[in-house]
Design a protein around this ligand. Structure first.
Ligand SMILES: Cc1cc2nc3c(=O)[nH]c(=O)nc-3n(C[C@H](O)[C@H](O)[C@H](O)COP(=O)(O)OP(=O)(O)OC[C@H]3O[C@@H](n4cnc5c(N)ncnc54)[C@H](O)[C@@H]3O)c2cc1C
Length: 497
């Protein structure tokens, strides 16, 4: 049953993504959408990296990169680099690419090499050698050639979240979404449902469906419908971040990947935008207080003046994302932590699955299936994130030692870790957890190989002659030659507008 009237509370990235996608799919059915956002409360002000899913969001809406990227300070994201996650004997850093068909041959070669290494042979297993996006990233290249044609790799984006919000708001309003700037003060229940809401100056709003995009507090789903929040801090202890934006240094080239660098009690992101760099330290308050975290970030950045934004959250999720006539999207659904930037992907998948399910039925059994699917998505993401900490080999601080020895893990993650470290068939083990497998096989191989998480079988003398490694390097280098420097590409796009 498609709702005839919808009220969205919240105008952060989640609220405007929801408004755009719902209006796009349902405008021909005469659906009315109102979005209420508070100028007093504001948005979270971070969240600047995406996965390739965001490409599909813009494609669905028929918005081209040249229309939105220059307005949102956006750059390409070829993947994520992970320096400082291993101990002294391990890899200094590794790259997590966004796999697609262009990598199909080199990915097979990479995984075979990893299989040999798991058996104790001395084979080259750094993902950086096998995936062309790593080459693009390390050379600050765009995933395009000089004729502005894509070279066929998959990629995501970096963007200024406030500017993206403004862009999406304008697009949604052009399609007919009504925007109201006001603060919701009271929410009225009608039995199990939300009946209406009262905003400070605009008064009462009724709707068939209420969407909670109000951020971490979950005004409708948690505070009004009392939906249970499941705390994941035992799995993922990070619950704070401090963010500092810095100008590009003169010597900097415009980077095309996110850096996620291990620090003393957590990790730091570096996200290059066109006009500045977004930086932030994600940590756990069990190990570090906010002053010490800010100081460590400032020393790492060599910046003692730019303003700092401190954020905190409880990692976890709610149990029912669709409850009665209320759907939660965004931070109101819960939040894990920023590693791997999975959150907007969850936002998008929640909206798309909701639209698809509503087209069939809003009966309780369909709501249940919807909620199970979203929970699997969050839990599968949680496991992949936790695997970064579980496989780290740093011993230089209590944080890293506790992270690797933390036994509070799902049975799926335990079995995946065990099968990699023993002689079990790893691919079969991964496949057996397909219902919670959010990240594909290549991502798991990249993580474990990148972290040097191989069994301790000492056959170092057994070196295999590996022509496939050389073949992968040549293949990636050929594609690299076709690509253009990101700053050149973005300048050309801007000049053409
Ligand atoms: C440190 C950190 C880093 C992150 N990095 C990434 C990343 O790289 N990639 C990624 O995908 N995600 C990231 N995220 C998550 C990402 O920021 C959010 O998923 C995204 O911004 C969506 O947030 P939101 O719209 O749900 O909430 P918010 O941005 O908090 O928006 C809430 C909205 O609700 C409104 N509101 C609240 N109460 C009321 C009320 N009473 N009346 C009216 N309006 C109200 C506010 O005005 C605001 O418009 C990060 C999060 C954190 C904490």
């Amino acid at each position: 049953m498609i709702p005839k009237s919808i009220v969205i509370v919240g105008g952060g990235t989640a609220g405007w993504m929801t408004a755009n996608l719902m209006m796009h799919h349902w405008q021909d059915l005469g659906v009315k959408i109102t979005l209420i956002e508070s100028s007093e409360i504001g948005t979270i002000g971070v969240g600047e990296g995406s996965t390739p899913f965001l490409r599909h969001f813009f494609e669905t809406l028929g918005i081209q990169e040249k229309q939105w990227m220059p307005l949102c300070d956006a750059t390409f994201k070829c993947g994520i680099g992970f320096p400082n996650w291993c101990g002294e004997d391990g890899n200094k850093q590794y790259f997590h690419p966004f796999y697609n068909e262009i990598d199909s041959q080199t990915a097979v070669d990479f995984m075979q090499s990893c299989q040999h290494r798991r058996q104790g042979f001395d084979t080259p297993c750094l993902p950086d050698d096998y995936f062309v996006t790593a080459y693009l990233a390390y050379q600050n290249k765009a995933p395009y050639d000089g004729q502005q044609k894509t070279i066929g790799v998959d990629y995501g984006y970096h963007f200024d979240s406030a500017k993206l919000g403004t862009f999406m708001a304008q697009h949604a309003m052009k399609m007919g979404v009504k925007r109201v700037i006001d603060t919701v003060e009271t929410v009225h229940k009608d039995g199990e449902n939300i009946g209406s809401i009262d905003a400070k100056t605009h008064g009462r709003f009724d709707a068939d469906l209420f969407i909670d995009c109000s951020g971490l507090n979950g005004l409708l789903i948690q505070q009004t419908l009392n939906e249970e929040f499941i705390n994941y801090q035992d799995y993922l202890p990070n619950n704070r971040a401090v963010a500092i934006a810095t100008p590009h240094k003169e010597s900097d080239e415009l980077g095309s990947y996110t850096v996620s660098k291990g620090l003393s009690a957590g990790w730091m992101w570096q996200i290059p935008l066109q006009s500045r760099v977004g930086n932030g330290y994600v940590y756990s308050d069990q190990y570090l207080d906010k002053e010490a975290a800010e100081q460590e970030l400032r020393e790492t950045l060599d910046d003692f003046e730019s303003p700092a934004l401190h954020l905190k959250w409880t990692p976890g999720r709610i149990q029912n994302h669709w409850k009665a006539n209320c759907l939660a999207v965004g931070m109101s659904q819960g939040f894990l932590e920023p590693l791997e930037a999975p959150m907007l992907n969850l936002v998008q998948q929640t909206i798309e699955l909701f639209i698809e399910t509503c087209g069939v039925s809003a009966e309780q059994q369909h709501k249940n299936t919807f909620n199970i699917t979203i929970n699997n998505l969050v839990d599968g993401t949680r496991d992949y994130l936790q695997a970064h900490y579980a496989t780290n080999s740093r011993t230089d601080s209590q944080y890293w030692r506790d992270s690797s020895s933390n036994q509070h893990r799902s049975s799926a993650l335990n079995s995946i870790l065990t099968s990699w470290r023993t002689q079990q068939n790893f691919d079969t083990s991964l496949a057996s957890h397909h219902e919670v497998m959010v990240y594909g096989k290549t991502s798991w191989y990249c993580l474990f190989a990148g972290m040097d998480y191989f069994p301790n079988i000492d056959k170092r003398g057994l070196k295999l002659i590996n022509r496939k490694h050389q073949r992968a390097i040549s293949y990636c280098q050929q594609l690299l030659q076709r690509s253009v420097h990101q700053y050149r590409f973005l300048n050309a796009v801007e000049e053409a507008i």
